[in-house]
Design a protein around this ligand. Structure first.
Ligand SMILES: Nc1ncnc2c1ncn2[C@@H]1O[C@H](COP(=O)(O)OP(=O)(O)OP(=O)(O)O)[C@@H](O)[C@H]1O
Ligand SMILES: O=c1[nH]c(=O)c2[nH+]cn([C@@H]3O[C@H](COP(=O)(O)O)[C@@H](O)[C@H]3O)c2[nH]1
Ligand SMILES: NC(=O)CC[C@H](N)C(=O)O
Ligand SMILES: [Mg+2]
Length: 523
């Protein structure tokens, strides 16, 4: 057996580094709503994918030593001035290092445009949605089993009308548009459709064929390796006397992150921001103490947070206020004052916040940041947590957003008893879901407080009370979602229970909107 290759640092999106021994597939992001899905498909094949912005420097690409590169789709038109393109020197670098390149949608159009072909606005107005395509010649791009027609998912208004020298057309849409191209010798390939979406029936197969048969990668990227690499990375970053602060929410991400960095130089901080669910602060603190044996310090920031939110009803204004309070209101002074690191005189210089934060971190952060999970998707974080032995009750928790109930109360959060009403309704809804054995079938479920009142009749009396909406969705990564099809019996049960137990609510509605066009949260 050959010795494992040395680990290397790879600069990912936002200049953050990752640390890996594995062969990397770089995905350059030109802004497609499906870029994350491309990364996902690659990982599902056992290959580590690293997302980089489309305007990344050549230095960063070289730093990742990619074995292959995929160019994503995007909203721009390559023939419009100022449209994003690959960095200078990109094609020469790929040629010199024999790196295969696959362009998807905008990515394919970039290949055509930059290498001397022509891309134009489609005469017929473009192709959107699921449609058949026909393979017109034997190719390297498709495996032998795929040399036929197949249903694919299109979303483009531009099309390639003339290919650069040496490229050939591999497939056409029913309308005759060029939808797959290749230059097998230069190992440059393009797909006008989106192989990464499930509606492209053989798309995952095409991506695997590209990775394994064309690029000769091996699908040996495993969670066990990620665990080892993440720990090694932390060991390298945190010096022997340094201390680490972890903002712990009780959610999946921060719990797993904290477990990774366990040790007596770790200090966890849980913030009660006043926007938590029913008895959440107590419950989270209890479970941490009982099950994780993590030293957690609770900071009470409810009054200040609600003070900042008073009078705000615009969703973005609310989010910004929460983000600002979260960062400069709680992290700095409270943490330092209420959770001083033990062992005075020791250098304390690191803080961690696992994953992305509520409103983004300030530029002059006076700590070094450790973000062990930033490259992982939620279900990957869950797998990692299981490997670490994190109890299932943490792992299987539905995600809960940093801004908490504030994005589930439409309008001013602080008005009247909105927070309390919502807490009660949410508690009934979630408990009912658990009772009916549905919790693990659902990605996320919650109630939303609507700023309207409706007329009802209760005990022969007219009421004019609150309306709440229930939302439950299935999803694999939160990027797209579908509403959960509860049985009518369940909906009847839960609406009755809510109106009977939460006095000021007389109407319950169920949200039947997928994402897109909706988002999961209402604000
Ligand atoms: N109430 C809180 N107290 C302390 N830290 C928090 C709190 N809410 C959020 N954070 C920090 O912000 C990060 C981002 O929140 P996010 O909701 O994405 O992750 P999570 O809560 O760990 O997991 P999940 O997505 O499953 O809810 C958290 O990982 C945590 O570090
Ligand atoms: O930590 C977070 N901070 C936030 O500001 C935030 N906003 C939304 N979410 C969660 O992200 C997923 C997708 O949510 P949306 O469809 O509403 O954008 C869902 O899981 C949401 O709950 C957030 N998580
Ligand atoms: N989905 C895409 O990448 C679209 C590419 C380009 N904006 C087009 O409309 O053709
Ligand atoms: Mg959370």
């Amino acid at each position: 057996m050959s010795a494992p290759s040395p680990a290397k640092r790879v600069r990912g999106e936002d200049g953050q580094s990752i640390f890996t021994r594995h062969a990397v597939c770089c995905v350059l992001d030109y802004g497609s709503q499906y870029t994350q899905l491309i990364a996902r498909r690659i990982r599902d094949s056992g290959v580590l994918s690293v997302l980089m912005p489309g305007d990344v420097t050549m230095e960063r690409i070289k730093g990742a030593q990619p074995k292959t590169i995929i160019l994503s789709g995007g909203p721009n038109s390559v023939h419009v001035e100022g449209a994003p393109r690959v960095p200078d020197g990109f094609w020469e670098y790929c040629a010199e290092n024999d790196i295969p390149v696959l362009g998807i949608c905008y990515g394919m159009q970039l290949i055509v445009h930059q290498l001397g072909g022509e891309v134009k606005t489609a005469d017929g107005g473009g192709e959107y949605g699921r449609m058949p395509m026909n393979v017109v010649r034997d190719s390297t791009l498709f495996s032998t089993e795929e040399q036929d027609s197949q249903l694919v998912w299109m979303s483009h208004g531009d099309e390639a009308v003339k290919l650069p020298d040496g490229f050939s057309v591999v497939a056409r849409s029913e309308q005759g548009a060029i939808v797959a191209i290749e230059h097998p010798k230069r190992r440059i390939f393009g797909l006008q459709y989106h192989p990464e979406v499930v509606h492209s029936e053989r798309g995952a197969e095409t991506i695997r064929h590209f990775l394994f048969d064309i690029a000769k990668m091996t699908g040996d990227w495993r969670m066990e390796d990620v665990l080892e690499e993440e720990m090694e990375k932390i060991r390298l970053q945190v010096g022997p006397t340094d201390h680490v602060i972890c903002a712990l929410s009780g959610g999946v991400d921060s719990t797993v992150a904290a477990t990774l960095v366990l040790g007596d130089r770790l200090h966890c901080v849980f913030v009660d921001n006043g926007l938590l669910r029913y008895k959440e602060a107590e419950r989270v603190m209890d479970t941490f103490n009982q099950h994780l044996h993590l030293p957690v310090c609770k900071v009470d920031d409810a009054d200040r947070m609600l003070g900042r939110l008073k009078g705000l009803s615009d969703p973005e204004a609310k989010r910004k206020a929460i983000g600002a309070e979260f960062i400069d209101g709680t992290l700095y002074p409270d943490v330092i004052e209420s959770c001083p690191p033990p062992g005075k005189g020791q250098k304390h210089s690191h803080t961690i916040k696992s994953h992305h934060n509520v409103g983004g971190l300030p530029e002059d952060l006076q700590f070094e940041l450790i973000e062990p999970l930033r490259e992982l998707f939620k279900d990957e974080v869950r797998s990692l947590g299981r490997l670490l032995g994190v109890p299932e009750q943490f792992i299987s928790r539905h995600p809960f957003p940093g801004p908490g109930l504030a994005v589930r109360i439409i309008g001013d959060v602080t008005e009247g008893d909105r927070l309390d009403v919502l807490r009660e309704v949410d508690e009934v809804f979630i408990n009912s879901i658990r009772e009916w054995g549905l919790y693990d079938k659902i990605w996320q479920a919650f109630a939303v407080f609507l700023p309207v009142r409706s007329v009802g009749v209760q005990g022969d009396q007219r009421t004019h009370s609150h309306v709440v909406a229930l939302r439950a969705v299935t999803s694999s990564d939160g990027m797209t979602a579908d509403w959960y099809p509860f049985q009518p019996d369940f909906l009847r049960y839960v609406s009755t229970k809510i109106c009977n137990t939460v006095r000021s609510v007389n109407r319950v509605v169920y949200d039947v909107t997928s994402k897109p066009p909706g988002t999961i949260e209402w604000e």
